[in-house]
Write a protein that binds this ligand. Sequence first.
Ligand code: NAD
Length: 312
Amino acid sequence: MRAKMRLTDNTTVGFVGVGNMGQPMVSNLVKAGWRVAIYDTDMDRTAAFASRIGCGFVTSAAELGDACDVVILMLPDGKIVRRVVLGADGSDSLLPGLSQGATIIDMSSSAPTGTRELGAELDAKGIDMVDAPVSGGVKGAVAGTLAIMVGGSERAAQDIDPILAAMGRRFHVGPLGTGHAVKVLNNYVSAAGLAATAEALLVARRFGVETETLIDVLNASTGRNNSTENKFKQYVLNEAYNSGFSLDLMVKDLTLAMEVADACGVEAQLGHSCLNLWREAQSWTGRNADHTELARFVFKDDAGSVSPDAQA
Ligand code: NAD
């Protein structure tokens, strides 16, 4: 029988992927008193971050697997997670160092089906896997108020709960993979809200309503959503476009949401047109765009202006 992972005062939590989200999440783990060791392919940035916040730093995934019984991954997608966990053609990976009873927690927004496949392969090696993707953005990561969607066995979810508690509010949503399914469906709803708001702003502006006025009214009315409340004044109308969540990652999440819909035999007409709109915005904006630049794409035909108000 598999040895159960036990969290003790000596537990070192491994963390792979210390980017926009990973950094504040690691900071909160350290603040909560966890001993943390981190690994990221961007070694210079990661070493500097580790010395700034006072956590461990290793230079390979294998070393991290060796040092930790529980490893969190916060990487761009599930394919990268799979490669870092299992390796490909002998590449550096966590697996050689991991002991029986270790737990892998994938907090990235990964493909739900890929998560189930990886979980089954790890299970055969005596390693537990839990998916625990998050919502709340960089702000929520900094504040430690992320919504964490946990997929996995009841026991595994309970075992790791004290670690996740340092980063936000946990929702155990079902067996392995369901956390990732809920996450991409959440981002579909969020992406649709942002797109609908951008289109409504453009129409309102052309009809003679100031954009700020429309946002204020939406926020007091039934059209209110996370984008009207937390994105348009903060990142769009001021043309800052620096929310910390890339447009590429949103397109990835929408693509995954529509893959889940297809697999479940749901037509999702709105979802597929939403995905097409976001893909067009991705080609138009180019690489490294912030996801709020979807609005810039929607506004683009207004005499070359980036914001509807700018050409008033
Ligand atoms: P990011 O690009 O800022 O960070 C990813 C990190 O992974 C980088 O530091 C990169 O160097 C590292 N990395 C890439 N490949 C690696 C490898 N093979 N080995 C080790 N490190 C590697 O991305 P992010 O915005 O922090 O997002 C991470 C995940 O969280 C994504 O799945 C994203 O969809 C999800 N997410 C992001 C947000 C957000 O607001 N940014 C919100 C919720 C969920």
